[in-house]
Design a protein around this ligand. Structure first.
Ligand code: PRX
Length: 686
């Protein structure tokens, strides 16, 4: 569907008659929408247009769709010039001559940190709060734009004094504390390329990312606070660097939780020793629009994570544009809170970059939603008068489980826009979000609109999302492409499917914040995203257009699972399991889970003596935790005598998924040994 088509059908309220529901071409995608019957979803009749007041004051108007359709790539050139301050203007909007390797805003020079910081101070907004930080134990810090600018300048000077220069890679392994954002912006300022590794990944996973990017510096902390207790981070860095042969020269350590740490003289440096004493003078120079900004590793269908590469000008333009329009941002008055960790792309685009580029005030919270009590988030919304909240469906479902009385104890009246991201949101959770949170427990006449945003690490910024002042929102659907983005659903042959049909989600035209490649592996970039359909980007998701042309995301059609909005690869977890000496073979599936969307379920065949070990399941769960990280630990590990395979030796995951979801196994006629499913059923009964 192009921008014009979406413009033609926004704002409608009543839904048409029944439509036919074809099984999506995307394999088993429909079953990934936990608990939702696709049939019911596609007949969703509820629709919530914006209130007249909201529409009148909205930043993003319906005209954006028409302008984008009429102007083509020049729409983005206009946004780039309006939203960013360029040191040198660009001479060409898009160079697609070497497709699929795009160049946006060719010849332009721009500094991300200058755009996020200095220019707001120069414009007289230095006293505006950039970051309200709340630590899990309740400690707080506030950074105005002037203070954050100074902090980033000092960090930039310190990084340079540690030998980091333009183009060098810096691994960032930090908790959600202000130093995380300061580090990312300090890298951007000097043109160093950050590679943030989520703190929940293991030493092994950290090392493989350090090696792949050949990072020179690692920025970490002694630790953090988790569920009311200090938790450690530095030991994982020490373990990851224990084996020689790495590229790291220094480890810069933020003191956060005062826990004792091991120290490697000459390599380790305290943040407070070098950053606090560094000069607060640092001039930002413009970097080429296509200068690498960051690498972020994400799971693919093979064992090895992919280093997704983003560059500067296009990324900043589209993240700033979407942050402003999807969330209806009024930077002078809004308090914005995105609950994502900086370890994920959401924490890059919608914590570290866009909110600051747009000069907004944001909240950063270090801890978990239930520490010290299950109302912590809502207490924070009340305390900071948060007006825009951006979170994941899994968090909403968890809060639903805890009950509406908990948010009911707090005043949520300040909330005026609610965002969701990371996985499909089921209509029930959507309605709960709207009434319990967005309507302040029913006390508000006009509940806050919900914007369901579909995008990926690879896309860099929102690609499908309603405009809250324009679109009549529909529970469970991300609905319409962002103005200027050309999204479609196609069949096996790459033909656009009609409304009412399903298929594969593709992007037809290059977009400013698109990934520029996979770090060090241009061929894999082409193979993964551009080989399935000629001239189109294949996202890996199944999708469906309903009778209104609204897009419904149906989940991944490849071997990628989505657990609590986090991407995990079945192959990567299988490799981790078989790397344990007790495991002969392993198969992993994502099973529908009420809270986390999907859950990891592993089937393993054990080697000889391990069969007698009563603790084998715990051992293997911990092994996956240390190979990849706690987030990848299977919810269930089922020990089985055999795995269902076709005659060509391919594991039939579909059948295992049936077992994992407690269903009668489906058609097993193509199995090499058709007694296998029975053997599995019997072994599980024991
Ligand atoms: O399957 C889609 C799902 O998350 C995948 C991207 O994961 P990641 O790169 O980790 O980025 C997550 C945050 C942007 C997609 O391929 N996904 C993301 N947002 C949605 C979604 N599925 C349905 N609805 C969404 N709003």
């Amino acid at each position: 569907m192009d921008a014009q088509a979406s413009a033609a059908r926004i704002g409608h309220v009543e839904k048409g008659p029944k439509m036919s529901v074809n099984p999506p071409a995307g394999q088993e995608a429909s079953t990934k929408r936990h608990g939702d019957a696709l049939e019911n979803l596609m007949h969703e009749r509820r629709s919530f247009p914006p209130s007249p007041q909201f529409a009148e004051n909205a930043v993003g108007k319906a005209s954006l769709y028409e302008e984008a359709a009429a102007e083509g790539p020049e729409f983005w050139a206009r946004q780039a010039r309006e939203l960013l301050t360029w040191d040198e203007d660009f001479s060409q909007t898009l160079d697609w001559s070497d497709a699929p390797f795009a160049k946006w805003f060719v010849g332009g020079k721009v500094n991300a940190a200058y755009n996020a910081l200095d220019r707001h101070v120069e414009a007289g907004n230095g006293d505006r709060v950039a970051i309200h930080f709340e630590g899990e134990p309740g400690d707080t810090r506030t950074y105005t734009y002037a203070q954050l600018t100074e902090a980033v300048k000092k960090a930039a000077n310190a990084f340079e004094s540690l030998g980091v220069a333009k183009g060098d890679r810096v691994a960032v392994y930090l908790p959600m504390i202000p130093e995380a954002v300061i580090t990312m912006l300090a890298c951007a300022r000097i043109g160093a390329v950050h590679s943030v590794v989520f703190g929940g990944f293991s030493a092994e996973a950290l090392r493989s990312r350090i090696d792949d990017a050949e990072a020179k510096l690692v920025v970490t902390a002694d630790g953090s606070y988790r569920r009311g207790k200090p938790s450690a981070l530095k030991p994982a860095v020490d373990a990851s660097l224990a084996k020689d042969g790495h590229s790291v020269e220094h480890v810069l350590v933020v003191r956060r939780n005062e826990q004792p740490v091991e120290w490697t003289e000459g390599r380790d440096v305290w943040w407070h020793d070098v950053v606090d004493s560094a000069s607060a003078e640092h001039t930002a120079v413009g970097h080429d629009s296509e200068h690498p900004l960051f690498i972020l590793y994400t799971s693919g269908t093979t064992g090895k994570p992919k280093g997704i590469l983003h560059t500067t000008g296009g990324y900043l333009t589209q993240t700033a544009f979407t942050h402003r329009n999807t969330f209806d941002l009024h930077p002078e008055t809004d308090v914005y809170w995105c609950t994502a960790d900086i370890g994920w792309v959401t924490g890059h685009s919608y914590v570290a970059y866009a909110p600051l580029v747009n000069g907004s005030t944001q909240l950063i919270y270090e801890g978990t939603p239930d520490t010290p009590h299950q109302g912590r988030w809502w207490e924070l919304v009340e305390k900071y008068k948060v007006s825009i909240l951006y979170t994941a469906p899994t968090a909403i479902r968890t809060c639903m489980k805890w009950g509406r009385d908990i948010p009911g104890k707090f005043d949520l009246d300040s909330l005026r826009v609610l965002g969701t991201v990371g996985e499909p949101i089921n209509p029930e959770a959507w309605m709960w979000y709207r009434t319990v949170i967005g309507a302040n427990g029913g006390k508000k006449e006009n509940p806050a609109p919900i914007v369901d945003t579909w995008w990926q690490t690879e896309t860099g910024a929102h690609m499908i999302a309603p405009l809250p002042g324009v679109t009549a929102t529909k529970p469970g659907s991300a609905q319409v492409p962002v103005p200027g983005i050309s999204v479609d659903v196609v069949d096996e042959m790459g033909e656009s499917v009609p409304d009412g049909s399903g298929g594969f989600l593709v992007i037809r035209e290059p977009w400013p914040s698109m990934l520029r490649g996979i770090w060090g592996d241009p061929q894999r970039f082409k193979d993964t995203y551009w080989s399935r359909f000629d001239g189109m980007y294949f996202a890996g998701d199944g999708a469906k257009k309903d009778e209104d042309g609204d897009i419904w995301l149906l989940g991944r059609v490849d071997d990628v699972m989505n657990v609590s909005g986090h991407r995990l690869s079945t192959t990567e977890i299988e490799s981790a399991l078989v790397s344990h000496p007790s495991v002969a073979e392993a198969a992993v599936v994502g099973a529908a889970d009420e809270t986390t969307g999907e859950a990891v379920v592993a089937f393993v065949i054990l080697r000889g003596s391990a069969k007698e070990d009563p603790d084998i399941v715990t051992t293997l769960r911990n092994h996956v935790g240390s190979e990849i990280g706690p987030i990848a630990k299977p919810r269930n590990i089922l020990v089985v005598p055999e795995l269902p395979k076709t005659r060509s030796g391919k594991i039939m995951r579909r059948l295992l998924k049936d077992v994992a979801e407690g269903r009668e196994a489906g058609d097993a006629s193509t199995l090499a040994d058709n007694t296998v499913m029975q053997q599995i059923a019997e072994s599980l009964k024991k």
